[in-house]
Design a protein around this ligand. Structure first.
Ligand SMILES: Nc1ncnc2c1ncn2[C@@H]1O[C@H](COP(=O)(O)OP(=O)(O)OP(=O)(O)O)[C@@H](O)[C@H]1O
Ligand SMILES: [Mg+2]
Length: 268
């Protein structure tokens, strides 16, 4: 039995047109300390699966178990970065993180304040700590959500496109911060991350789960990434295994590779 077990998972939603099956037959065993990426086209059910692990969505079929126990709701053992950031709009940046730390961490107020400050400087937002979410850019909101999830230091991190709104430089830094957090946990922290970025998925993951298009999405393929760690971004892109995985993922996710594949030929 693995640490995180997804068994025959099916999630359907009632709609005016009847039952909509978002995902079905999802079977995935995740070991403690693994980094897993989920990749697939928009609307294929990635967030739906993540919400089931987070306990926000109750499966209509099958089950999700963590450390041998069926997940029945959210808990402090799982930290989530939601796709829409989900910050409390009436609390400042600082308060948004402090509130989460205060709710789950068992330490003194001074230590909690230190945790919040450290995580805010990790995402370069210390100078914006007194702003409300409404006064932040999309990328800044996303960084607050990342700092909040990292601050509570949960055993399982669930990240729904955590770096999607960030510029390339900030994204690179955040990926390294994520790996730093993972290393500091003795590589014991389990990370499940949704991404649309193939290079990011290969750089970070032990395995990459590719989903079919919906409705009723299933797992199309699971790619194992055996590249040695620590990985260096400049070095791995030259490795044959990296190129093989990238090409396979591109073929799985793309059916057109040039404008001519779309029947358009430029004529002078
Ligand atoms: N509460 C709901 N009620 C009805 N349908 C829903 C609900 N939540 C999700 N769905 C449907 O389930 C499917 C999967 O949605 P989901 O949000 O998991 O996609 P996704 O893979 O995360 O997409 P994206 O990459 O755009 O974030 C979509 O067709 C969506 O419309
Ligand atoms: Mg989504």
């Amino acid at each position: 039995m693995s640490y995180l077990e997804i068994k025959d998972l099916e999630i359907s939603f009632p709609t005016p047109e009847g039952k909509y099956v978002a995902v079905r037959d999802i079977n995935l065993s995740i070991e403690k300390g693994e980094i897993i990426s989920i990749i697939g086209h928009s609307g294929c059910g990635k967030s739906t699966i993540m919400n089931a692990i987070g306990g926000m969505t109750i499966p209509t079929g099958g089950s999700v178990e963590l450390a041998g126990k069926k997940i029945k709701g959210p808990g402090p053992d799982r930290g989530i970065v939601f796709q829409n950031y989900s910050l409390l709009p009436w609390l400042t940046v600082y308060q948004n993180i402090f509130q989460a730390v205060d709710a789950v961490m068992d330490c003194s107020k001074k230590e909690k304040q230190e945790i919040v400050t450290n995580n805010l400087s990790m995402v370069s937002l210390l100078q914006h700590k007194d702003k409300l979410p409404g006064q932040l850019s999309g990328g800044m909101k996303q960084r607050v959500a990342i700092a909040r999830a990292f601050a509570i230091n949960p055993g399982v991190l669930l990240l729904d496109e955590p770096f999607g709104a960030l510029d390339a430089l900030t994204k690179g830094t955040m990926q390294l911060e994520l790996l730093k957090l993972w290393n500091l946990s003795g590589r014991d922290k389990t990370i499940v991350m949704i991404t649309h970025d193939i290079e990011e998925a290969i750089f970070l993951s032990d395995r990459i789960v590719v989903l079919n298009n919906g409705p009723a999405s299933t797992i199309r393929e699971i790619e194992n990434v055996h590249l040695p760690r620590p990985r260096n971004k400049i070095e791995i892109v030259k490795m044959p295994e990296y190129l093989e995985i990238r090409d396979r993922l591109l073929h799985l996710l793309t059916d057109k590779f040039s404008v001519e594949d779309m029947g358009v030929v430029y004529k002078k």
